[in-house]
Design a protein around this ligand. Structure first.
Ligand SMILES: [Zn+2]
Length: 377
């Protein structure tokens, strides 16, 4: 096994083979004849692949040369490890690091700007996996870990682990929904349960790319895992529906050019309102008086972060923060009083928390007039 993994360029052939296999399947399934991809999307997804490969090689070289210079005694210190220990060891550390990195990219504004391009894809497909800014890859902890593990003598485990990971990550972004047959037949449900509770399935990851939680399938602020679903289960961000969203992408997409998406912050976007434009600042849109209105029966996404400009509803501005919108089901047309100050303990409804706010802020009534949000359905 170890000898097999030491075959020159095995990882390169494996990665290209896996991409070729899934790519061909997507082509045969007709995905590319009806794609919503723009020219910029094609450029991003093609260039992104080379950016990842180039950055990976760069980081591994930096670690190996730096390690030899700084810690020569630790070079190849783990080379006698069994492959059966080394692969899980490499892969589990890789995956937990990527879980937290990816999750942080959704919860912190500066990192979100480097991951946003990944979620602008309105169509899934194998190359969506390579859409991120260059800086996102450059500081990705698990790419550095790949270099460190290689330096410690686990190079063959890195190759073996990457092949497994590549197979899963390619399949979870692919439009070939291989897991569907497990959900269709009741007799296979126990197998489906085991598979989805260990590995990331295409349905699980597609839910992360869904446009809005309102479809009760998508969870763009959950399902952060890459290879194993263990971390999402441990840290409370897993959502298993065994269904696929029908709409992918961002709720608001300013359609930034490919070069600023790839090279932010070195080249910023000139699109007005874009998060990666020069001087972009998120503004709060909160008021101090509740919004009293009548809602028709339906599903609503109530804004909880206060950044949405379409109060009291979500417009996707919570990305890059720890907030997520709340799904509100209104069964029949009725009058509601929705919280606008976002301090309520009974969201989305007002519980008079704004009165406490007003009493602690003598200027509150003046501010209300200026900042009272407009209600838009
Ligand atoms: Zn993401």
């Amino acid at each position: 096994m170890q000898e097999f993994l030491s075959t020159p360029n095995l990882d390169v052939y494996a990665v290209l083979g896996i991409l070729g296999f899934f790519g061909l399947l997507e082509f045969v399934l007709g995905h590319y004849f009806e794609t919503k991809r723009s020219v910029d999307d094609w450029i991003l997804e093609t260039l992104g692949f080379f950016v990842v490969v180039g950055t990976k090689l760069l980081l591994v070289s930096i670690v190996i040369f730096g390690g030899d210079y700084l810690f020569p005694a630790t070079s190849n210190i783990l080379e006698n490890w069994s492959i059966w220990l080394a692969i899980p060891f490499y892969l589990l550390i890789d995956d937990v690091a990527q879980y937290w990195y990816h999750r942080s990219a959704h919860e912190y504004e500066w990192l979100w700007k480097h991951h946003r391009v990944h979620h602008q894809a309105e169509d899934m497909g194998i190359f969506v996996a390579y859409r991120n800014s260059w800086v996102y890859y450059l500081i990705m902890p698990n790419l550095w870990w790949g270099g460190i593990a290689t330096y410690l003598g686990l190079g063959y485990a890195v190759i073996g682990g990457l092949i497994i990971k590549q197979l899963i990550v390619t399949s979870t972004h692919s439009t070939w929904k291989w897991d569907n047959f497990l959900y269709k037949h009741k007799i296979l449900h126990p197998i489906a349960w085991v598979v989805e509770h260990v590995f990331i399935t295409p349905a699980f990851h597609h839910a992360h790319h869904g446009k809005s939680q309102a479809d009760s399938i998508s969870d763009p602020n959950g399902n952060f895992g890459n290879t194993f679903s263990l971390w999402d289960q441990f840290f409370g961000t897993a959502k298993f529906t065994r269904q696929y969203p029908t709409e992918f992408g961002l709720m608001q997409d300013p359609r930034d050019p490919w070069y600023s998406q790839l090279l932010y912050p070195f080249i910023k976007s000139k699109k007005e309102g874009s998060e990666i434009a020069k001087g972009f600042k998120r503004e709060k849109h909160v008021g101090t008086e509740p919004l009293r209105t009548e809602l028709e029966a339906g599903t609503y996404l109530y804004c909880q972060c206060g950044f949405s400009s379409t109060q009291p509803f979500c417009n996707g501005s919570h990305q890059g923060s720890k907030y997520k919108p709340m799904v509100v089901e209104i069964e029949k047309k009725r009058k509601v009083s929705l919280c606008a100050c976002k301090m309520t303990k009974t969201p989305p409804y007002c519980d008079d928390s704004h009165l406490k706010m007003a009493s602690t802020n003598s200027n509150a009534s003046k501010q209300t007039k200026d900042s009272e949000p407009q209600l838009q359905a």
